[in-house]
Design a protein. Structure first.
Length: 177
């Protein structure tokens, strides 16, 4: 089960249960109808069900929803609102991203999230961030590690990531040494 919430007058789906793991998954934090419908089923509006459709064949109640507002905005999507913005790989952008990674490491965050700007091709940008031989994420981590004390440094050999392509997000899972 997930919820529909209102943020600044816009409606969003919020499913904090998706992914069922020890690691919090932000893929469905404040998303639109089109994104949630990709792999979630939304039951019919009860006001639109007629007679026999209100009960299943075994006489149990059918799945239904109360009338739901349309969720069309992505302004408050988790990756957009909280992720490190990636709008290109300029020197200034790279400094900001490395500083944000360092800040996450100082608080021993288990993850750091990025938001890939809509002006960029998502797949190409993610490939540039995580693809060998000289990937951008490694640069961010090396730069961050230079500013961190022992015990707070990110283990560069244990980096994992999860793509959230529908939300234009990238979650990087951090380990420390």
């Amino acid at each position: 089960m997930w919820n529909i919430i209102s943020v600044d007058g816009d409606w969003y789906h919020l499913d904090p249960t998706w992914g069922d793991s020890d690691l919090l998954n932000y893929h469905y934090f404040n998303v639109s109808d089109s994104i949630i419908r990709a792999d979630h089923s939304i039951s019919e509006n009860i006001l639109l069900l007629k007679g026999e459709k209100v009960k299943d064949e075994d006489d149990s109640s059918a799945d239904y929803n109360l009338p739901l507002p349309a969720c069309t905005s992505m302004k408050a999507n988790y990756f957009r609102a909280r992720g490190i913005p990636v709008s290109g790989f300029t020197s200034e952008n790279n400094k900001k991203a490395a500083a944000a990674v360092a800040s996450a490491a100082k608080s021993k965050s288990r993850t750091v999230e990025f938001y890939i700007d809509e002006k960029l091709n998502y797949e190409d940008t993610v490939a540039q961030m995580i693809g060998a031989p000289k990937y951008q994420l490694f640069h961010y981590i090396q730069t961050a590690n230079r500013s961190l004390k022992a015990g707070s440094r990110i283990n560069e050999d244990k980096i994992q990531y999860v793509q959230a392509d529908k939300c234009r997000g990238l979650t990087v899972i951090l380990e420390y040494h």
